[in-house]
Design a protein around this ligand. Structure first.
Ligand code: GLP
Length: 442
């Protein structure tokens, strides 16, 4: 796709072009008017620039707004990052002001994040807005000459000991807020808008047969298929059907699986862990090799390293052929809770009150309370699956299903992002489909 980049910052422009070109997008170099950054949040400024650029060129236009949010300064300089010291884009003055304000603040309180919002506006009025962040700390003095902005005083957690300005462009693009946001955008552009296939069946057993057959047929055709698996009550009949198909001859010997999520601070072998759930509900009933089953480690010491390990393992397996999903009553998929922005790769999430309420009954009689945190695959990761099958049954899911299928695509209903995926099948019972205005045929 030919995109226009709405930025006058030459260094930022070069960086954006460097990240987007290998992702398959040509960049049109067209002169654009200046846009005043009047927004109070990054997304607003990104949208203002993209809208203006799209209006002027009639081409899809990408705008971004990025900045540094420092915890000890209550999130400042934030959207004012480029003009913190007065003149727009005076990097040296901005850094000097920041270091001055941070004087005397010890290392452990120098936590900060670079945030980037990108917005792509299309001539027909459609838009995609995404946000990504890079966590780190503020250095005591500038180091390095690469990059721009606050790069010389930002120490990303993912590159211990180095400032952003000391990293090679390849490494910076992989871990930077802008690199992550643009990779997500490219993914969304690749997917485009497509309708999801909705199938309403009489009850969860029939749904389980249909979904279980679909997965088992895939495994028959591709014995080394890579499956993304889910927990919760929704997929249980599907797993029963897969076990039945195994007894009839389908072999899962070469199949690899990746589970969506796992609770934090709960031993792997605990009766309520998702490891245990998968062993009891599926793995012990088929001939899968346990070393081919992969989970996020909810007890890992380093979430970022764990997330990277998981991404690498999925990549090494060739990507996920089919991802099975349930949906939370609040619209979550995996444990991607309603949020301000869509997530990318796996991360540690604080569970919302509604999820804690929904899932607490599973912990009644348990020796531990329900965990408050979990590790979950991110939305970007889920969207990369080649095919997605989502199951929702019961009236408690009706609202979430309506928002997912008929609402706007918003991180407030994480499942709504599935509208962007080219191959999604949604299995519903009538109770879960009850609020759909566009009633699917049973
Ligand atoms: C949990 C899981 C989700 C699942 C959801 C719905 O929160 N993390 O992956 O979709 O529960 O569960 P159920 O199918 O039991 O309604």
């Amino acid at each position: 796709m030919t995109l226009v980049l709405a930025t006058h910052n030459a260094k930022k422009r070069a960086e954006l072009a460097r990240i987007l070109a290998p992702l398959g997008h040509d960049l049109a170099d067209l002169p654009l008017s200046d846009v005043e950054e009047t927004g109070l949040i990054f997304e607003e400024n990104a949208r203002l620039k993209a809208e203006s650029g799209c209006r002027e060129t009639s081409l899809p236009c990408v705008g971004d707004d990025s900045g540094l949010c420092v915890d000890a300064l209550d999130g400042a300089p934030g959207v004012y990052s480029a003009r913190f010291a007065g003149t727009h884009g005076d990097d040296a003055a901005n850094i000097a002001k920041l270091l001055d304000l941070m004087r005397g603040i010890p290392e452990e309180r120098r936590t900060a994040r670079f945030v980037c919002a990108v917005c792509c506006v299309f001539p027909d009025g459609k838009e995609i807005t995404l946000r990504a962040a890079c966590e780190g700390k503020i250095a005591f003095a500038p180091m390095g000459t690469g990059g721009f902005g606050y790069d010389p005083v930002f120490l990303p957690d993912e590159a211990p000991g180095y400032t952003m300005a000391q990293l090679s462009p390849e490494i910076k693009d992989k871990l930077s807020h802008r690199g992550k946001a643009l990779a997500l955008l490219a993914e969304n552009l690749r997917l485009g808008d497509t309708a999801m296939k909705v199938i309403v069946l009489p009850d969860k057993e029939v749904i389980g047969q249909a979904a279980g057959d679909l997965i088992s047929d895939l495994v028959s055709q591709k014995p080394d298929a890579v499956l993304g698996l889910a927990t919760g009550s929704s997929p249980v009949p599907t797993y029963q059907r897969m076990a039945a198909r195994h007894r009839e001859g389908v072999s899962f010997q070469k199949v690899k699986t990746f589970n969506l999520d796992e609770y934090c601070d709960l031993p792997e072998a605990h009766e309520n862990s998702y490891h245990t759930f998968m062993r009891e509900q599926l793995f012990s009933h088929i001939d899968i090799q346990l070393e081919n089953t992969h989970f996020l480690d909810g007890n890992c010491a380093d979430e970022v390293a764990e997330s990277e390990r998981f991404s690498r393992a999925i990549e090494a397996a060739g990507g996920i052929d089919l991802q099975l999903l349930g949906i939370g009553s609040n619209g979550h998929i995996g444990f991607n809770e309603p949020a301000q922005a869509f997530t990318g790769e796996a991360f540690k999430v604080a569970l919302t009150d509604s999820t804690i309420k929904d899932n607490s009954p599973n912990f009644v009689g348990s020796d531990v309370p329900m965990p408050r945190y979990a590790m979950t695959m991110g939305i970007g990761q889920i969207l990369r699956a080649r095919r997605i099958v989502l199951i929702a049954t019961g009236e408690a899911k009706a609202r979430a299903v309506q928002a997912m299928l008929e609402g706007e695509v918003t991180p407030q209903c994480p499942a709504s992002v599935l509208q962007k995926h080219p191959d999604v099948t949604v299995y519903l019972d009538s109770a879960a489909a009850a609020l759909l205005s566009d009633q699917p045929v049973e």
